[in-house]
Design a protein around this ligand. Structure first.
Ligand SMILES: *[C@@H]1O[C@H](CO)[C@@H](O)[C@H](O)[C@H]1NC(C)=O
Ligand SMILES: *[C@@H]1O[C@H](CO)[C@@H](O)[C@H](O)[C@H]1NC(C)=O
Ligand SMILES: *[C@@H]1O[C@H](CO)[C@@H](O)[C@H](O)[C@H]1NC(C)=O
Ligand SMILES: *[C@@H]1O[C@H](CO)[C@@H](O)[C@H](O)[C@H]1NC(C)=O
Ligand SMILES: *[C@@H]1O[C@H](CO)[C@@H](O)[C@H](O)[C@H]1NC(C)=O
Ligand SMILES: *[C@@H]1O[C@H](CO)[C@@H](O)[C@H](O)[C@H]1NC(C)=O
Ligand SMILES: *[C@@H]1O[C@H](CO)[C@@H](O)[C@H](O)[C@H]1NC(C)=O
Ligand SMILES: *[C@@H]1O[C@H](CO)[C@@H](O)[C@H](O)[C@H]1NC(C)=O
Ligand SMILES: *[C@@H]1O[C@H](CO)[C@@H](O)[C@H](O)[C@H]1NC(C)=O
Ligand SMILES: *[C@@H]1O[C@H](CO)[C@@H](O)[C@H](O)[C@H]1NC(C)=O
Ligand SMILES: *[C@@H]1O[C@H](CO)[C@@H](O)[C@H](O)[C@H]1NC(C)=O
Ligand SMILES: *[C@@H]1O[C@H](CO)[C@@H](O)[C@H](O)[C@H]1NC(C)=O
Length: 336
């Protein structure tokens, strides 16, 4: 690059000051915007114009000036900026994030002033999630997950819970410009997988997922006898009582009959050829040694004499007047 004397530089600066009046019709067009770090950006004038002299500046700093075919590049841009002395187009090589700004070209011959804004962004790489613990207790622990990148500028963050976007709420907070996810008092449904998506105008990236192991329960217990909800069985039946509880890790299950523990553990209690003496309350006791919580459920099983056909009829005959009476009492108020 040719050096020009300080005198010429002064003339160029003077021309610059005089050329402040805008021509209006000419616009600056960047070859790329936003640009990535390392790109070369050319700022051309449109419509193309022949400029005998002029200058380029960004914000308050001058980049270069030219007069005829001589150009002077300011030291902080030396080796990186050049102008096409015929068209006034500025080329800036190896741009950095700091090169973002409003680029202004001024000329006195012809008189014009025009500008364009350029944004230089660093592409995103290596999106990483960090969390201080993944083993959590339902309703007791809070989860804190932080999303970060090795490089990237002007970032926006989006959190995913499985395939749906995480929505902020009372217990779900997005802070630090959405780069931190906090789930207060986790529930069993918050196991994830959670991932973080990071965007800027030139790139995007997604983290590996994080899962939480959430201890909960036991609760929502249920009992069935021979796969049914009915609890009345004839003498001599074989009964399989099945107990379930929602619990993580799985609950230890024990059984009690009339309040006394029986020598059976696990989800199944089997009773063979039951007699009437087996009527009574059966309880299933659940304990989660991780949450240190317990729960229980009780059902009353009736062991009955099998009804003969005639007995069944007798019952119906006895019930009939009763049913009629009930119906009468219900209808009575309406008839008055
Ligand atoms: C850029 O140009 C616009 C429109 O001509 C003008 O409003 C704005 O002030 C200019 N900005 C600078 C920094 O020169
Ligand atoms: C990705 O980021 C993590 C955490 O910030 C760091 O330990 C790791 O070295 C990075 N990997 C690369 C390839 O930059
Ligand atoms: C993890 O962070 C949360 C919130 O800052 C805190 O309550 C919890 O004690 C931390 N756990 C560990 C293992 O550091
Ligand atoms: C979290 O649980 C604690 C203790 O059970 C309670 O005081 C607090 O209000 C809960 N916070 C939210 C956001 O539910
Ligand atoms: C954070 O994310 C929400 C959407 O979940 C969005 O509306 C908001 O603008 C984001 N905030 C920042 C600082 O990016
Ligand atoms: C994650 O998704 C599940 C449903 O799949 C939902 O119940 C849970 O509340 C969500 N958790 C967060 C923190 O978004
Ligand atoms: C993420 O970047 C890739 C190219 O790296 C692009 O194909 C894709 O459309 C981008 N996704 C979004 C949601 O911007
Ligand atoms: C997280 O959970 C999902 C299913 O919910 C599973 O497919 C995935 O392998 C788990 N990831 C890790 C890192 O444990
Ligand atoms: C037993 O009753 C519960 C609700 O009380 C119901 O959810 C369940 O489906 C029933 N099971 C059978 C086998 O009828
Ligand atoms: C009850 O179980 C016993 C022993 O398994 C079996 O011999 C018997 O046939 C069963 N009775 C009924 C009614 O299924
Ligand atoms: C319970 O059963 C175990 C073996 O299954 C036996 O060793 C133990 O003596 C039994 N205890 C009672 C009180 O029946
Ligand atoms: C069963 O649960 C009730 C509360 O639902 C509790 O008061 C009782 O002590 C429990 N019984 C056993 C044997 O744990």
């Amino acid at each position: 690059m040719e050096k020009i004397s300080e005198g010429t530089l002064a003339i160029a600066l003077l021309a610059l000051i005089q050329g402040v009046l805008a021509s209006g019709a000419v616009e600056v067009q960047p070859s790329i915007n936003p640009a990535e770090v390392g790109d070369s950006v050319t700022l051309s004038l449109s419509p193309s114009t022949t400029l005998r002299s002029g200058s380029w500046a960004v914000g308050a700093s001058l980049i270069l000036t030219w007069l005829g075919d001589q150009q002077a590049v300011f030291p902080s841009y030396s080796g990186r900026a050049s102008v096409n002395v015929l068209t006034g187009a500025l080329t800036l090589n190896s741009v950095t994030v700091a090169d973002s700004g409003v680029y202004v070209v001024q000329s006195s011959e012809p008189q014009l002033r025009a500008n364009a804004s350029i944004t230089v962004l660093e592409p995103i790489s290596n999106v990483t999630l960090r969390t201080n613990q993944t083993n959590l207790m339902e309703f007791k622990s809070s989860a804190v997950v932080t999303c970060s990148v090795s490089s990237g500028s002007s970032l926006s963050f989006l959190w995913m819970n499985g395939s749906s976007e995480v929505k902020a709420s009372d217990r779900v907070q997005l802070t630090d410009e959405n780069s931190t996810l906090t789930i207060v008092n986790v529930t069993r449904y918050d196991q994830g997988p959670f991932s973080c998506r990071v965007f800027n105008l030139v790139s995007n990236g997604t983290s590996d997922p994080v899962n939480f192991t959430i201890s909960y329960g036991p609760d929502n217990m249920a009992l069935t006898v021979n796969g049914q909800n009915t609890t009345s069985f004839p003498i001599g039946s074989n009964l399989t009582v099945f107990c379930s509880a929602q619990s993580s890790p799985p609950a230890l299950l024990q059984w009690a009959f009339r309040g006394e523990l029986v020598n059976t553990t696990g989800p199944l209690l089997e009773l063979f050829r039951v007699g009437k003496d087996r009527s009574g309350p059966y309880s299933c006791l659940a304990f989660n040694k991780h949450t240190n919580m317990n729960s229980n459920i009780t059902t009353h099983i009736m062991i009955t004499e099998p009804l003969s056909g005639s007995e069944q009829q007798a019952v119906n005959v006895m019930l009939l007047p009763l049913l009629l009476l009930v119906e009468f009492l219900i209808l009575l108020p309406g008839k008055l």
